[in-house]
Structures are given as structure tokens and as C-alpha cells.
Design a protein around this ligand. Structure first.
Ligand code: ATP
Ligand code: MN
Length: 457
């Protein structure tokens, strides 16, 4: 039976025990009377060293085929390693090569490749140290997400990926259609769903439906935005976690969001320490310390109005000018989190005109009960709000924003039939992975990134 390298290194398999290990060759060093082979199986960052002795009958035949990228299984006893880089190694008794790998053609040779180049070989990219570490952290954070919400009694719900409501994003949505793409004057009443359909930009409105029955729910699914933004923080397809809580107000929403982020950070520190140390060493110096600080200290709370005052006094020239009522750009968000507060900041009470129609109106008549969480290096990681639960206020808001009441008939009925105060937020999963790994570009924290001009793999 095969043993994973992680189990050998972490579960401290006993020296002398014979094991079979399978993986892909990272390096081979031919020392004449024997060879050192390092293999990796993706279960952990570390490679396992194999000592392949020339006294084995298969040595001369197999060694030339054991090249970087080849896949093999090795059986032999675990022995203490005299080398200083590892505690254990395998003394090979037999080696089976599953798939050889052309040394001339294999693109992943020893040198470090740029992340841009690695995106062009997304089929081999998971075999690099960085992508392997990203994918293990991503996995841990998905699990941590479910753990956090399940422990709090939230119900996981699946909201639709194809939606008939173009209510939220307008121009930012991908259309789903079976009509002939070449036809002029398309008649959407003849389309598959009998009306225009799109890929969802958020599961929130449907999430609210379920929360207004099961109390606390969360979604965790793919989300699509056709915004043509070639930034390091936007994808056309990304994953979003959207909790929604009935009988909850904005402070409860903020408490949940802050606890969730901290839970994820602690979970990664506890369960992915090797990978985080790797990121600390090669991607962002000081990462582990930054994360420990995030886990241990309370987030800063500021109103939007106060943030505008800070930005106006900032000793810095922004590309986009700041005034009360403007939508904050990522340079402003980053200044607040990175330079002014030096930690995550929760901004609240944004002007109504820059936020969505469903956010609850404050008594000042100008602002809404919204909250965004901004973090160093990234800017916005979470956007949330208390929802408008008052039917009359919501109807006026829909009219004032030039939206059609008919498009929201079911959303309005939730306010007519047993309405409750409720609140929720959306967290972009890839931005969380960026935050916790210190990676720079969102295209490198999802295995198959979708962005303008790219959907090869
Ligand atoms: P931004 O201003 O950064 O574009 P947004 O205001 O459009 O974000 P929301 O609509 O509030 O964001 O979405 C909730 C969360 O989803 C954001 O806080 C962010 O973490 C994430 N998010 C939004 N757009 C994208 C995208 N194109 N790619 C990846 N994550 C995204
Ligand atoms: Mn956006």
C-alpha cells in the first residue's frame, strides 16, 4: 500500500519500516555508486529523498529514465538520513517507473519560472512548489469556512448559477443563451428559459430567501463578473462565500465577518504552517508575523465619513481625487488599511448613492448600514450590509434608483410576509487566499483562472 509523504514526515513513520511512496521526480543527483532522487507527491511541500544504490540489478537500466518530472513508485525501508536537509530517507529496494518524462521537452526544469509563464502551462503548474502550497492552503481555507459556519449553526445552501434576474450587475453579467449567436434581433422569449438569463454575480438575494426561513445560512459557490478589469484582484470567475443572518443587525454582521476572517487565519497557521513558512521565505517576508497579528488584534472600525477625512489629510497624492460621496478606489482602501491603520479596517455607513438598493437606510437620510472590510495589500476583501427590511422604504428606494418594482416582486414579498431585520456579507474566496498566502496576483491563487482573453485550460 502506498504511503503519502506527508504521513511519513508528520506522522513519524518508524525507522526500519518498509514503505511504498509514489510521486513525481523533482531532482536527481548521480553520485556514481548511488543516486539521490527527490520526489514530491503534493501531499506536503517537502520532497522525500530516495537513495538508489548502484548495487541494485535494475540500476543501470532505470537511472537514465529517472529524470525531473517522471512519475514513479519506490519501495524500501525508511532510514535515518545522514544528510542535514532531511531526517528520513528511503533506501530503495525496488523502483517502478509509471511515466517517463522527456528532459528536453519538460518545461519545469530547476530554475524558477515567472508566474506569468506558469499561467501559460496551467496543466503543469500544480507541480511547482508555489502552486502546490497555494492549492493546499486553498483547500484548508475551504474546509475552515465550512467548519466555522457549521460550528455556528449556519445552514449551507446552494444558490443558482444561472439566474433570470439581471437586477444586480447589469452590464457586468455573462449572458446564458441557446439562441444562434449570429442572429440579428434576438427574441429572448424564444430562448431556453423564455427570458434573458445570466451567470450569477452573487447568491445574496436568493440567500436572503432561505435566511428568511432557516435563520442563518451561507453559500459558497462560483460567481461571475464580465467586468473587463485587468487587475491583480479581479477574476471573471471567482468563488464567493455569502452568509446571511436573520434577526441580525450591522454590528452582528461585523462580528461574524471579523471572527470568520480570524478563524481562517488561525486555521491556516495551525494546519498549513510549512506552506506559510514557504510563502514567508519566498513570497512575502514577515507573512507569518503579519498573520499572527491579524489573528490576535481587533480590527479598526471607522465610518466612511471619518475615512474621507483621513484620506483628505493623507500625505499622499492619489490618482483619483477624494470627496464625500465618492466611491473608494483600491488606492484609497489600501492606504487606509496598509499605511494609516496597518491592519484590517471595517468601514461603515457609506453614502446611499454609491451602494446597492437593498442596503438599509440610516436615520441620517444620507447613509446606509453597509460595511466593507479592507485589508493591507488587497483593499476590499468583504462587502456586507444590513438589508432594508421595511417594505415602504425599499419600494421608495427601488423607484428612486430607476429600477422596476416588477423585477423584484418576490424580494418585496419577503418584506410583506413576516419581514425580519437581517444582514450578511460576501467574501471573495480568492482574495482571502491572497491575503493569507501573501501572493500578489489573484490569477495565481485559483488553479484555472478566468480573465479577459484567457480560458484555455
Ligand atoms: P471591488 O470594488 O473590489 O471590485 P465589489 O465592490 O465589486 O469589489 P462586491 O460586489 O461587494 O465587490 O463583492 C463581494 C466580494 O467579492 C468583494 O469584497 C471581493 O472580495 C470579491 N470580488 C468582487 N469582485 C471580484 C472579482 N472580479 N474577482 C474576485 N473577487 C471579487
Ligand atoms: Mn467590483
Amino acid at each position: 500500500m502506498r504511503t503519502k509523504i506527508k504521513d511519513i514526515l508528520h506522522a513519524k513513520k518508524i525507522v526500519g519500516q518498509t514503505v511504498t511512496v509514489s510521486g513525481w521526480v523533482r531532482t536527481v543527483r548521480d553520485q556514481k555508486s548511488f543516486a539521490f532522487i527527490e520526489i514530491n507527491d503534493g501531499s506536503t511541500l517537502a520532497n522525500l529523498q530516495i537513495v538508489f544504490d548502484s548495487s541494485l540489478p535494475s540500476y543501470a537500466e532505470l537511472l537514465p529514465q529517472i529524470t525531473t518530472g517522471a512519475s514513479l513508485s519506490v519501495t524500501g525501508p525508511l532510514v535515518e538520513s545522514p544528510g542535514k536537509n532531511q531526517a528520513l530517507e528511503i533506501k530503495a529496494q525496488s523502483i517502478h517507473i509509471h511515466g517517463p518524462c522527456s528532459a528536453e521537452r519538460y518545461p519545469l526544469q530547476k530554475k524558477r519560472h515567472s508566474f506569468e509563464f506558469l499561467r501559460t502551462i496551467a496543466h503543469l503548474r500544480p507541480r511547482t512548489n508555489t502552486q502546490g502550497a497555494v492549492l493546499r492552503v486553498r483547500n484548508a481555507l475551504s474546509f475552515a469556512t465550512h467548519l466555522f459556519f457549521q460550528q455556528r449553526g449556519f445552514i449551507y445552501v446552494q444558490t443558482p448559477i444561472i439566474t433570470g434576474s439581471d437586477a444586480e450587475g447589469g452590464g457586468q453579467m455573462f449572458r446564458v443563451t441557446t439562441l444562434d449567436p449570429m442572429a440579428a434581433n434576438k427574441d429572448y422569449s424564444k430562448d431556453f428559459f423564455g427570458k434573458p438569463a445570466f451567470l450569477t454575480v452573487s447568491g445574496q438575494l436568493e440567500g436572503e430567501i432561505v435566511a428568511c426561513a432557516l435563520s442563518d445560512i451561507y453559500t459558497f459557490g462560483p460567481t461571475f463578473r464580465a467586468e473587463n478589469s485587468n487587475t491583480s484582484r479581479h477574476l471573471a470567475e471567482f468563488w464567493m462565500i455569502e452568509p446571511e443572518m436573520a434577526f441580525a443587525d450591522l454590528p452582528a454582521d461585523m462580528e461574524c465577518a471579523e471572527s470568520y476572517l480570524k478563524f481562517c487565519v488561525k486555521y491556516a497557521l495551525e494546519h498549513c504552517f510549512d506552506d506559510l513558512e514557504f510563502f514567508d521565505k519566498f513570497i512575502e517576508n514577515g507573512l507569518v508575523q503579519r498573520l499572527q497579528h491579524v489573528a490576535d488584534s481587533p480590527f479598526v472600525h471607522l465610518t466612511y465619513t471619518k475615512a474621507i477625512e483621513i484620506l483628505l489629510k493623507a500625505p499622499k497624492q492619489f490618482e483619483f481625487p477624494v470627496e464625500w460621496g465618492c466611491d473608494l478606489q483600491s488606492e484609497h482602501e489600501r492606504f487606509l488599511a496598509e499605511e494609516h491603520c496597518k491592519k484590517p479596517v471595517i468601514l461603515t455607513d457609506y453614502p446611499a448613492q454609491i451602494k446597492a438598493f437593498y442596503m438599509r437606510a440610516n436615520t441620517d437620510g444620507k447613509t446606509v448600514a453597509a460595511m466593507d472590510i479592507l485589508v493591507p495589500k488587497i483593499g476590499e476583501i468583504i462587502g456586507g450590509s444590513q438589508r432594508e427590511e421595511r417594505l415602504d422604504v425599499l419600494e421608495k428606494k427601488i423607484a428612486a434608483m430607476g429600477l422596476k418594482k416588477e423585477d423584484y416582486w418576490w424580494y418585496l414579498e419577503l418584506r410583506e410576509f413576516g419581514s425580519v431585520p437581517h444582514a450578511g456579507f460576501g467574501l471573495g474566496f480568492e482574495r482571502l487566499v491572497l491575503f493569507i498566502t501573501g501572493m500578489e496576483n489573484i490569477r495565481d491563487v485559483i488553479p484555472f483562472p478566468r480573465f479577459p482573453g484567457s480560458a484555455e485550460f
